[in-house]
Design a protein around this ligand. Structure first.
Ligand code: AMP
Ligand code: GLY
Length: 425
């Protein structure tokens, strides 16, 4: 099978790494691709949102499976156009990707299909926001409706704090992402976990679960980021977590998609809040795999990824082909020092990085030439390690990260408490 991976993050590098290991992967392409995917196949350099050029090239290269990583490509309709051209595609259609690209759409979908989630109100102006907050009890999470690259959510402890955010957003700052629609949501208490399901248009099967670390600094301090590390499995959750999620969340989601005529073929990311009293509630849907969660799920996956993703794309997913090994995996992100406030470009990093057995490095957005990597900054690398349990995977990954010291110098930084006992959630 000739396979195209759309995107250029460490998530797409991890997918490419696993896809390329299969004897069923005859040729691997990535677009635009990064320094990691260049070592696993051929980068095209065509933007992930340029559906027309991606389709033309995919037809010319006889691509038999297109795997779409980022939400921007889904929202740009790349999956729809690939399918229209007759190419098997793993990635949600633009209409289904609204579960991620519009938070209000997602909440209304959950309301229609009785999927557990926090109380909410949708507002479109400061006036409506003030009205909704006038009788609000307790903490409020203020969310911009559209895709805002992780910058559109503010957790406010009081309605007054939420009012200040709304004044700012409807005033000079503008609503993050550029729209006018804002969601006000009750704050949920509990522990967060990300669950990943694979959908083939009629059935949905859980692939696995992971916990990620969104704040920049140790001890969950500093600004929110795209994710600074992750581990899988979520060791401190009840052993029947996935059964619970399958029954209470995934089943009504699948019924809802069917009732609304959505043929969803791709990954569905369930961002969940868990507490003992109420079980799991949905914080967010993403119409894709997570980053850095994919970098800890792929090393644990022991099946044939091209066949699995192709079966989803073709509507013939066989749940018995999903196999996850017993080992645990911990991933640590190395980012430029001022991330996420500022991106500082780095260059001259070596394209091939030697790591101990059981460890793998996945590149974020980057270019490679003459064996040297240039990155615009931000999340530059994820290093992942397998181990018999979370603790041994953690020891191993930090050993590998520290061994990179002479290579990355003081240009990259990382959290030192990913999956530490104190931060296991
Ligand atoms: P979202 O993009 O909607 O997942 O929100 C980003 C982060 O904000 C989540 O990972 C949570 O940490 C936090 N968050 C969002 N919604 C809520 C909520 N209703 N209650 C508590 N925390 C929330
Ligand atoms: N790790 C969070 C995300 O991929 O959205």
């Amino acid at each position: 099978m000739r396979i195209l991976v759309v995107g250029n993050g460490a998530r797409e590098d991890a997918l490419s790494w696993k896809l390329a290991q299969s004897p069923n992967c005859e040729a691997l392409f990535a677009s635009p691709g990064n320094a990691g995917t260049a070592s696993r196949g051929t980068n095209w350099g065509v933007s992930a949102t340029d559906a027309k050029r991606l389709v033309e090239r995919a037809l010319a290269e006889h691509v038999g499976l297109c795997v779409i990583g980022p939400e921007t490509a889904l929202a740009a309709g790349v999956a729809d156009k690939m399918r229209a051209a007759g190419i098997s595609t793993f990635g949600a259609a633009r209409s289904a990707a609204r579960l991620e690209s519009s938070k209000i759409f997602a909440k209304r979908f959950m309301e229609r299909h009785e999927i557990p989630t926090a109380y909410f109100r949708a507002v479109h102006s400061l006036e409506q926001g003030e009205k909704a907050l006038s009788d609000w009890q307790g903490a409020v999470v203020v969310k911009a409706d559209g895709l805002a690259a992780g910058k559109g959510v503010v957790v406010c402890e009081t309605p007054n704090d939420a009012r200040a955010i709304l004044r700012d957003w409807y005033g000079s700052a503008g609503v993050p992402g550029g729209g006018i629609d804002v969601l006000l949501e009750a704050k949920l208490e509990g522990r967060e976990v990300s669950v990943f399901a694979l959908l083939d248009g009629r059935a949905g099967v859980i692939l696995g679960a992971a916990c990620d670390y969104k704040r920049a600094g140790d001890g969950d301090t500093g600004p929110n980021t795209g994710g600074m590390g992750a581990y899988s499995p979520p060791a401190t959750f009840p052993h029947d977590l996935l059964d619970h999620v399958r029954e209470r969340i995934l089943a009504p989601v699948m019924a809802g998609l069917e009732a609304e005529g959505e043929e969803y073929r791709g990954a569905l990311y369930l961002g969940l809040m868990w507490n003992e009293e109420e079980g799991a509630s949905v914080l967010e849907f993403n119409a894709r795999f997570g980053d850095p969660e994919t970098q800890v799920l792929m090393p644990r996956f022991t099946g044939d990824l091209p066949l699995l993703l192709k079966s989803c794309a073709d509507g013939i997913l066989d749940p018995s082909t999903i196999s996850i090994g017993r080992q645990a995996c911990v991933g640590v992100v190395l980012a430029t020092r001022e991330y996420p406030v500022r991106s500082t470009p780095v260059d001259g990093l070596p394209a091939s990085i030697d790591l101990p057995a059981g460890c793998t490095a996945f590149w974020g957005t980057s270019d490679v030439a003459n064996g040297r990597v240039t990155s615009p900054g931000g999340r530059v690398l994820t290093v992942s390690a397998l181990g018999d349990d979370i603790e041994s995977a953690r020891q191993r990954v930090y050993g590998a990260v520290r061994s990179l010291g002479p290579v990355v110098g003081d240009r990259l930084t990382f959290r030192s408490d990913i999956a530490s006992e104190a931060t296991l959630r």
